[in-house]
Design a protein around this ligand. Structure first.
Ligand code: APR
Length: 255
């Protein structure tokens, strides 16, 4: 871990007024949840054009539900890791306004973050595509038809769609508007575990940059957007983020 990078990141946070975090699948890899584009990631096993698009889900929901059945145990057994807890602590210290996440795993909330914007929805609920009735994850697991391959509404046998955002599906406009507002009014954005390959989430760091805010990237690898960053701290989120928060507390005289 680059101690100099940690110190510089902590100093940026100390000198900032408004910090916001943007997280991606990389922050949950140390919780046992594979990311999408790294070697062994979800999209290296499942073709996103077949398993990740809205049109694909409408025409072949059994494909998504097959992938979900494999992934659910991983999601359910996952626990927040030190990176999630460190961001929750930064919020409790009054230094982090919110977490904008692309993740659907609910780990930020379970770690104690109270202001979490789920840009790409959540795996915890779903709704009937006909009557819009809402179902919990537990209910969806019980409600199946088509030979147990698809979750279906008991009222009208229509397919239940999980409340995750598929490619080709619009994001919740209120969540996106608030994320853009937070990004454009923060003077530091801490970008953790994001490849920044998927828009509109990938545009958010630019909103901060445009208002002369600083970008701190935490990642195990380089991204195509590193030239945007004021600081790139290479390393595992579960090690780097807690180290930055601990260094910030020291610099702020909190420990
Ligand atoms: N610590 C920090 N970064 C990590 C770690 C780790 N332990 N493990 C992986 N990473 C990095 C990878 O190097 C990569 O840059 O996290 C990033 C994960 O990138 P993706 O797999 O593309 O995930 P993400 O950026 O969240 O994808 C965005 O794409 O498929 C859609 O909806 C899906 O929300 C997802 C969106």
């Amino acid at each position: 871990m680059d101690e100099e990078c940690i110190k510089r990141a902590a100093q940026m946070i100390l000198e900032s007024i408004q910090v916001v975090a943007l997280t991606g699948a990389g922050i949950s890899v140390e919780s046992g949840i594979p990311d999408f584009r790294s070697p062994g990631g979800l999209w290296t096993k499942y073709d996103p054009l077949l398993y990740g698009t809205y049109e694909g889900f409408v025409n072949h929901p059994e494909r998504f539900w097959e992938m979900a059945k494999e992934l659910n145990p991983t999601l359910e057994n996952a626990e927040p890791n030190p990176a999630h807890y460190a961001l929750a602590e930064l919020e409790r210290l009054g230094k982090l306004r919110a977490v904008i996440t692309q993740n659907i795993d609910h780990l930020h909330q379970r770690a104690g973050s109270t202001d979490v914007l789920e840009l790409h929805g959540t795996h915890r609920t779903g709704h009937c595509m006909a009557c819009k009735r809402v179902f919990t994850l537990e209910e969806m697991k019980e409600l199946s038809c088509d030979g147990d391959r698809v979750a279906c509404c008991p009222d009208d046998q229509a397919t239940i769609k999980p409340d995750v955002v598929f490619f080709g599906e619009p994001l919740d406009s209120r969540v996106l508007a608030r994320a853009a507002e937070l990004a454009s009014t923060s003077d530091v954005m801490l970008v953790v575990g994001c490849s920044l390959e998927v828009y509109p989430a990938a545009a958010l760091p630019e909103y901060t940059k445009r208002r002369r805010g600083k970008l701190i990237f935490v990642n195990t690898t380089a991204t195509n957007h590193d030239r945007q960053a004021d600081l790139v701290c290479l390393g595992k989120a579960g090690e780097v983020v807690p180290a930055i928060v601990s260094e910030y507390k020291k610099a702020a005289g909190l420990i």
